[in-house]
Design a protein around this ligand. Structure first.
Ligand code: FES
Ligand code: FES
Length: 165
């Protein structure tokens, strides 16, 4: 297959197979369709939010093989055979609960992406340091309403609760 053939294939509608939240899924669309569109419109997983749709705000962040990616700028062809995790995979006793307990949310857009980035960080680096948490949130996530202190408090609480459980 030539490079041109490979590139045109990404524009062609075909069935892309990957895992979402541990389950095998298949989506039949053009490969350049965004992962965000596939999650929200084809798989009806609407917990992943749309913010800027340009890869800048972090609202649409999900984990791919455990690492945070902005699903609005991730083409579906690139997750073929990979494992995607969305906020729907989190149980009531995980980060959403501590964010609720600390009232660490003002809007319905940025927080789900922030929770997924922190979920990935705590899975990779338990317990993450304050500088690691700030660095990973600073890299991509925009919160314009001033919930930053409550967000950090919620992450601290989640780390503390994990330490005693
Ligand atoms: S909606 Fe994807 S980064 Fe803003
Ligand atoms: S909580 Fe969403 S912008 Fe601050």
């Amino acid at each position: 297959m030539t490079d041109i053939d490979q590139h045109s294939e990404t524009w062609t509608s075909k069935t892309w197979a990957f895992k979402v939240n541990g389950a095998d899924v298949q989506v039949a669309v053009g490969g350049d369709t965004s992962l965000l569109t596939a999650l929200r419109h084809d798989l009806d997983l609407r917990g992943t939010r749309i913010g800027c749709a340009e890869g800048n705000c972090g609202a649409c962040t999900v984990l791919v093989d455990g690492l945070p990616v902005q699903s609005c700028t991730t083409p579906l062809w690139s997750v073929q055979g990979h494992s995607v995790r969305t906020i729907e995979s989190l149980g009531a006793d995980e980060l959403p609960a501590t964010f609720l307990a600390e009232q660490a949310a003002q809007c319905g857009y940025c927080i789900n992406g922030i929770i997924m980035t922190v979920t990935g960080l705590l899975a990779r680096t338990p317990p993450a340091s304050r500088s690691e948490i700030v660095a990973v949130l600073d890299e991509r996530h925009l919160c314009r309403c001033g919930a930053h202190v409550r967000i950090l408090r919620a992450v601290d609480r989640a780390i503390a609760e994990r330490a005693v459980s």
